[in-house]
Design a protein around this ligand. Structure first.
Ligand code: ATP
Ligand code: CA
Ligand code: CA
Length: 427
């Protein structure tokens, strides 16, 4: 699997934004990482660190190509989430995100105007979010942290960091770093974004035939008579975790989230190479002054070594690299401790005796995404508007309690042994 990309040069519209995001991330995250770990306090959930970058550089921040400001929200909380619950290696995290180049997806896959970028190794996604979403995430961070702590196998988006960049006289751009549900080493043959809502939830089938990257929706799932092929054991695990996650989402008052399902067909394997070949390679060429000694004050020797690795990887010479990026063919096994990501980073179909199925076999890559939309006045208006034209229980904008119950019922229905998704279809 080779992804051939084009270099995004300095003339690319998002070049400066991307450069600033990566530079800020590297400094912000390594600063926090260099300190000794300590238990969280209440202030950590509201705290933020600000960095000011300029072309000269100073004690705290190395010189950068542009003048900009960077804000790192609740960095201690996200550090604990990453290390203790999501079990990321701190050095790997930094290397993945800030070294050499990043893969950028063309345009924006959602309607919301968010941009999505992949880390070079395809493990992480940077998503730009609205200011209101950032504020909302901070407001529920304590509950989210508690949920993740008691639900190590949660299917909810794994938020690894929340940050903001601001250009002089420019816009403020908020973004999160989160897990890419899809693996670097397996083709995804079908993708579904399921809400349990059926009004307007259809990707045109004729277009789907030509586009292996189409994100299909609830009606496509029902019309294709898809089911999640899971034996009793895996079915029980998935049902229970979805129940708890949907309960959490109900409690924080959000809606419009979905269960994202990527299906890898084991018969087809990687032979069609339909992994994202539309990716571009972004090479930010971050100039770094090598100041480890100063930056590493107070760091343990392990952390210092990790930081040195990051600095080495952040090689300014990489600028100008033309990109053919080789994605691995093998699983690195780094997600094996999580039930739903245990089989090559996903959840393999099983039979009624819980035996792994390989003929026909599939690996499912699943997670609950887009979880930062509270039911606000705009959504209420949308509810009234769409509800007047369609069945008001089948439209996407419904109050959080109804949304959560419907979401959970739909997901139960589409597993083997469920009654199917058809009853959710508008009559
Ligand atoms: P909207 O609000 O219009 O639904 P959005 O900009 O908030 O859009 P999302 O719903 O978060 O975007 O994601 C859009 C698409 O991006 C998803 O349907 C999926 O294909 C892809 N995507 C999002 N998050 C992930 C993830 N964590 N892993 C893999 N793919 C993802
Ligand atoms: Ca969405
Ligand atoms: Ca959204």
């Amino acid at each position: 699997g080779v992804l051939v990309g084009n270099l995004i040069g300095e003339d690319h519209v998002n070049y400066v934004m991307m450069y600033n995001m990566l530079t800020g991330l590297r400094i912000g995250v390594s600063r926090c990482q260099a300190k000794m770990k300590r238990p969280l306090t209440d202030e950590d959930f509201h705290g933020a660190h600000k960095y000011s970058f300029d072309i000269v550089g100073n004690e705290l921040t190395p010189s950068a190509k542009y003048d900009f400001k960077f804000k790192d929200y609740a960095s201690w909380v996200f550090r604990e989430l990453r290390e203790d619950y999501f079990q990321l290696d701190p050095a790997d995290y930094l290397v993945s995100l800030t070294s050499k180049y990043i893969l950028s997806e063309l345009g924006s896959p959602g309607k919301s105007g968010s941009f999505f970028y992949f880390s070079r190794d395809y493990k992480f996604i940077i998503k730009t979010i609205r200011h209101s979403e950032a504020k909302f995430l901070l407001s529920i961070l304590k509950l989210y942290h508690a949920h993740v702590k008691t639900n190590p196998h949660t299917l909810l988006s794994r938020f690894y960091g929340l940050h903001r960049v601001k250009l002089p006289r420019g816009r403020k751009i908020h973004f999160v770093v989160m897990n890419n549900l899809f693996p670097p080493h397996r083709d995804i043959h079908e993708t579904y974004d399921l809400k349990g809502s059926t009004v307007g939830r259809e990707y045109p089938e004729e277009k789907a035939k030509q586009n292996p990257h189409a994100v299909l929706k609830d009606i496509n799932w029902i019309d294709r008579s898809k089911i999640l092929e899971l034996g009793p054991e895996k079915r029980a695990f998935l049902t229970e975790q979805l129940r708890r996650d949907a309960e959490f989402l109900k409690n924080i008052g959000v809606m419009d989230y979905s269960l994202l399902i990527g299906i890898h067909n084991l018969q087809r394997g990687n032979r069609d190479n339909v992994r994202r070949n539309t990716l571009k390679v972004f090479s930010p060429a971050i100039p770094m002054r090598r100041r480890h000694t100063q930056q590493n004050k107070g760091a343990t020797s392990h952390e210092a070594a990790a930081l040195r690795r990051v600095m080495r990887e952040a090689d300014p010479q990489s600028f100008g690299m033309k990109g053919a990026i080789k994605l691995p063919e093998q699983d690195t096994g780094d997600r094996q401790q999580f039930i739903f990501y245990q089989d090559e980073g996903g959840f393999q179909a099983t039979g009624e005796q819980n035996e792994p199925q390989s003929n026909p076999g599939a690996i499912y890559y699943l997670g609950v995404i887009d979880i930062l939309t509270p039911y606000n006045s705009l959504k209420k208006l949308e509810h009234l508007w769409k509800g007047a034209q369609h069945d008001r229980h089948k439209i996407s904008p419904v109050p959080p309690t109804e949304y959560s119950d419907r979401f959970f019922s739909f997901m139960k229905a589409i597993m083997r042994g469920g009654e199917g998704g058809a009853k959710f279809k508008p009559s």
